[in-house]
Design a protein around this ligand. Structure first.
Ligand SMILES: [Zn+2]
Length: 217
């Protein structure tokens, strides 16, 4: 459904509440869990939202707009609460080094948690003229708002905005050379994972490859 179609479909149903939902820190979830897992989560959330609201549109990769009836604040709250998940997660890095025909591996992981959470903001819509403007405002103004709170659009400025990570902790030590514990490398290049890289140790010239270690326990 396009934005224009959604807008058109809302018109006969208003007054109502338009709610915006966004999967928080989706990029990091993708990085750690892979697209297949995250896509399945997105599908599942979309299905649940369709059952909870009167009309739903998925926008972008992991955002939705939904129309609820006036007075549905508690339904939005409980839907949001039910969507939350926290899983024990082991995360860290593994460094594989090679120097003069010798190989060493070093690993650093921590017991962490990976959290599935959403941002949500909603506003009443009373006239057809205001639908488009409200849809844009909700879609554009969610950044940095607290997770897992259904925030009335009118009160948005009373909430502190800041970054949030879906992984509760990472190893305190950055990846280092398994031979000499140096943390600086030449020509270091990664694949975009949270911990990844391949390069030469600045101190002992070992060739070091760093990969993420990550699994849900
Ligand atoms: Zn080294």
């Amino acid at each position: 459904m396009s934005k224009a179609e959604f807008q058109k479909s809302i018109e006969p149903l208003i007054p109502g509440l338009i709610a915006y939902f966004n999967l928080a820190d989706a990029k990091r979830r993708n990085c750690h869990l892979g697209h297949e897992v995250v896509d399945a989560e997105i599908d599942e959330f979309g299905r649940a939202l369709s059952a909870s609201a009167d009309l739903v549109m998925r926008i972008e990769g992991s955002s939705w707009l939904a129309l609820y009836k006036i007075g549905s604040e508690s339904s939005i709250e409980s839907f949001l609460k039910a969507a939350y998940q926290e899983q024990p997660f082991t995360v860290g890095w593994k460094a594989h080094g090679q120097r003069n025909g010798e190989s060493i591996e070093k690993e650093e992981t921590v017991k962490s948690s990976i959290v599935l959470a959403y941002r949500c903001m909603y506003a009443p819509v009373e006239s057809t003229d205001s639908i488009a403007k409200l849809m844009d405002a909700l879609t554009n103004e969610y950044v940095g708002l607290p997770i897992q709170i259904a925030i009335p659009f009118a009160n948005r400025s009373s909430f502190e905005r800041r970054g949030w990570q879906c992984v509760t902790s990472y190893p305190s030590k950055a990846p280092t050379c398994p031979f000499c514990s140096e943390c600086k490398f030449n020509c270091f290049d990664g694949d975009g994972s949270v911990f990844s890289g391949f390069g030469e140790c600045k101190k002992c010239s070992a060739i070091v490859e760093i990969r993420s270690v990550e699994y849900v326990r």
